[in-house]
Design a binder for this molecule. Sequence first.
Ligand SMILES: NC(=O)C1=CN([C@@H]2O[C@H](COP(=O)(O)OP(=O)(O)OC[C@H]3O[C@@H](n4cnc5c(N)ncnc54)[C@H](OP(=O)(O)O)[C@@H]3O)[C@@H](O)[C@H]2O)C=CC1
Ligand SMILES: CC(=O)N[C@@H](CCC(=O)OP(=O)(O)O)C(=O)O
Length: 350
Amino acid sequence: MGESIRIGVLGASGYTGADMVRLAARHPRIEIAALTANTHAGKQMAEVFPHLGVLDLPTLQNWEEVDWGTVDAIVCGLPHGTTQDITKQILAAHPRTRIIDMSADFRLRNTSVYASAYGQDHRAPEIQPEAVYGLSEHYRAEIAGARLVACPGCYPTAVLTALLPIVAAGIVDATDLIIDAKSGVSGAGRGLKQNTLFCEAGEGLSPYSIGTHRHAPEIEQEITRAAGEAVTVNFTPHLVPMSRGELVTCYVKLTNGASPADVREALRRRYAEEPFVHVLPEGGVPATQAVRGSNHVMVGVFPDRIPGRAIVIGALDNLVKGSAGQALQNLNLAFGIEETEGLMQLALFP
Ligand SMILES: NC(=O)C1=CN([C@@H]2O[C@H](COP(=O)(O)OP(=O)(O)OC[C@H]3O[C@@H](n4cnc5c(N)ncnc54)[C@H](OP(=O)(O)O)[C@@H]3O)[C@@H](O)[C@H]2O)C=CC1
Ligand SMILES: CC(=O)N[C@@H](CCC(=O)OP(=O)(O)O)C(=O)O
């Protein structure tokens, strides 16, 4: 076994940071050297997250108090904007540190697109060009040498896993993609927001950011690349009263005489050797219950009643493959560790 990799988790008192701690704590090559928080600084993780109380962990600190020279890699679970401010200062002082970022701050290659999607100018445009988009199954080689990995958003991970291979194969029309997406409430983070209160999110199902969600440009960036032409997607997310999980239903127009079975076969071929992407056989229905707590993505393909169309459905856990799990997968890749290390746990069901 090689030497330990010392990691620091920025934003460990948040949902993605805490799930990174949960996964990294049982990783044989990782040592958790530092954990940061903002309002929770000074507390023990066990006070914030009792389920992690069985672990011996560093105290939560403000990020300025940490000696970043002593860590090999940082996993960042900070809000967008804050990520740019903090990571650029750490990289300036410690240029050899690797950053695996779970926030949205370095995903969009074009900083003007970032500014319009996020309503603020990019505050570290000088670093942006070196960021590698961390969709592990599609950017493996680039991630391996990267200093800065921008892990995809949770919705884009599900959508792009389902659609990139079939767009690239030219068997669906990239200019006619309709994506109906649903997420559990942890997708919104732990900070208090009115619409995530139990009595406002429970017993209901509501769409949000209709036609304006900031994940649409991220999805378009990658679909455009695969299609070789500029595309605009229809993307509508919904908030579902469950803690974790995400399901995306993608309505696609078939091209070049392809059938739904051809779409399934193309996906099966593309992901045949992938440990975390499972293309279900005919009739297999992806569901969040089947991936909860795991790094697995399930994809199913169905004929549409409208001739010439198909329905491609993806399901994942937003806090695992949708953030912390994929971040750990990328950290493994970045350090030349077996990609599945620390990630082979099965879904928690029921
Ligand atoms: N939740 C999800 O499913 C996914 C989230 N993401 C992205 O990952 C990032 C983290 O998300 P999530 O864990 O849900 O968010 P949370 O709101 O749960 O956690 C945010 C973390 O950042 C810390 N923080 C907030 N403001 C500051 C600041 N000004 N300075 C330093 N630290 C600060 C918080 O500290 P404290 O609590 O102590 O105040 C907390 O540790 C976000 O960018 C999010 O968009 C990406 C994919 C999926
Ligand atoms: C339910 C819910 O609110 N989900 C979040 C998506 C979480 C995510 O991936 O956010 P980033 O792209 O900012 O990292 C949202 O729609 O904003």
